[in-house]
Design a protein around this ligand. Structure first.
Ligand code: HEM
Ligand SMILES: *[C@@H]1O[C@H](CO)[C@@H](O)[C@H](O)[C@H]1NC(C)=O
Ligand SMILES: *[C@@H]1O[C@H](CO)[C@@H](O)[C@H](O)[C@H]1NC(C)=O
Ligand SMILES: *[C@@H]1O[C@H](CO)[C@@H](O)[C@H](O)[C@H]1NC(C)=O
Ligand SMILES: CC(=O)N[C@H]1CO[C@H](CO)[C@@H](O)[C@@H]1O
Length: 337
């Protein structure tokens, strides 16, 4: 009896050792840094599958690109780049995507990630995280829109929680002052210049009338708003409280092209959101607006660096996250997350 118990302990010791060794062996790559080659062996066709899915979707629905770009920004700024924004709410939990500020995120942006995930679950089941798919999709779409190429580090894990309450105060609003915006970006590790470069994303996509209605319906004379644009927007938005889906292009000159016209628009009174206009007015951000308006190469260079940085904000590694089987659900139904 005594001997047997001893043997059991010995066995347990060996098991424990084996487990420890196994954890150690897998821990080295999993806990380690992200890399562009993370799925080289486990899912060699990853980049092609994502690119194909994204291309098909963008051709069918041209609003996808801008939607995904805003989606990754909101994901990364709320709780890190962990696909927590993709989780659906259930009766126990109101998830991030249902925070007020996120309700205008377009369904097509979520859809393209879901499609890429489905294709990848056939190709290499259970391997690629939704957070990595979102990062790759955003990069590929920026290129399709005419923007610059950049490498995407891979190896993010998907979050184990998602709460609408985590979004509060994390996402910038057009009503914020430049000081508030600078602080908000600084809290995530970004300089004022990086904020200006990243917000160049407003070279594509839409804003709904309520986001800029105060400027358009104000009777004060406003030198930052071109009178013809003001008139046009008043017409388009005249019934915006009833017709809440009406939206205007962020960059009225080249709305679907990723270029530096967003910056060139600002001195011409063709900026849409108060926050866009404020970037030009404030001495801490103005020089960068003027730089990027004059030099698209400089904009692309700084945008790429800032995007790479954005896609690494508070990334989850190892057992702080999981690789979800479905992007809109945790692998385990857990009423507390
Ligand atoms: C200065 C801080 C920023 C503010 C105040 C701001 C605010 C907004 C607002 C209010 C909208 C309109 C949403 C709607 O009505 O549907 C919008 C759209 C958009 N934002 Fe920003 N944003 C900021 C920075 C950024 C950054 C850093 C990115 C990405 C890197 C980004 C990407 C986008 C995109 C792509 C759209 C268009 C979305 C679409 O067409 O579906 N924004 N933003
Ligand atoms: C602007 O003036 C018009 C016409 O006088 C008026 O109907 C409207 O309420 C005013 N708007 C604001 C925001 O004061
Ligand atoms: C909004 O719609 C309702 C019902 O369709 C209508 O009675 C109301 O006059 C509309 N409001 C405006 C501002 O047009
Ligand atoms: C534009 O910016 C790039 C990158 O910083 C720089 O190499 C180039 O000289 C600039 N062009 C002009 C005309 O200033
Ligand atoms: C764009 C948007 O919906 N903004 C709203 C986000 O949520 C805050 C409060 O939760 C509102 O004040 C904003 O209007």
């Amino acid at each position: 009896m005594h001997r047997r118990r001893h043997l059991l302990f010995l066995l347990l010791d060996i098991l424990y050792l084996a487990v420890a060794v196994r954890i150690d062996a897998t821990a080295t790559p999993a806990e380690g840094e992200l890399s562009v080659d993370y799925y080289k062996k486990s899912c060699p066709n990853l980049q092609n599958v994502v690119q194909q899915t994204v291309t098909d979707k963008q051709i069918k629905t041209s609003s996808t690109g801008a939607g995904v770009l805003r989606l990754i920004f909101h994901d990364c700024f709320a709780t890190g780049c962990d696909a927590s924004i993709l989780i659906s709410s259930n009766s126990f939990n109101k998830a991030e995507r249902d925070a007020d500020i996120n309700l205008s995120l377009p369904g097509d942006a979520f859809d393209v990630v879901v499609r890429a995930k489905m294709a990848l679950e056939t190709e290499c089941p259970g391997i690629v995280s939704c957070a990595d798919i979102l990062a790759l999709a955003a990069r590929d779409l920026i290129i399709m829109l005419g923007g610059p190429y950049f490498n995407v580090q891979l190896g993010r894990k998907d979050s184990l929680s998602s709460h609408a309450s985590d979004v509060v105060g994390k996402i910038p609003m057009p009503t914020m002052s430049i000081e508030e915006l600078i602080t908000l970006f600084k809290n995530k590790g970004f300089t004022a210049q990086e904020m200006v470069a990243l917000t160049g994303a407003h070279t594509v996509g839409f804003s709904h009338c309520k986001e800029f209605a105060d400027r358009v319906f104000s009777n004060e004379s406003d030198p930052s708003l071109n009178p013809r644009m003001k008139l046009g927007l008043r017409k388009a938005c005249h019934d915006y409280k009833n017709r809440t889906t009406v939206a205007a292009f962020n960059d009225i000159m080249t709305p679907n092209k990723f270029d530096n016209l967003y910056y060139q628009n600002l001195p011409r009174g063709l900026g849409l959101l108060s926050s866009d206009v404020a970037l030009l007015t404030h001495p801490q951000t103005r020089p960068f607006v003027l730089l990027y308006a004059a030099n698209q190469t400089a904009f692309f260079r700084d945008f790429v660096l800032a995007m790479e940085k954005l896609s690494l904000v508070d990334v989850k590694k190892g057992n702080r996250g999981e690789v979800r089987r479905r992007c809109d659900e945790f692998n385990e139904l857990n009423t507390s997350n």
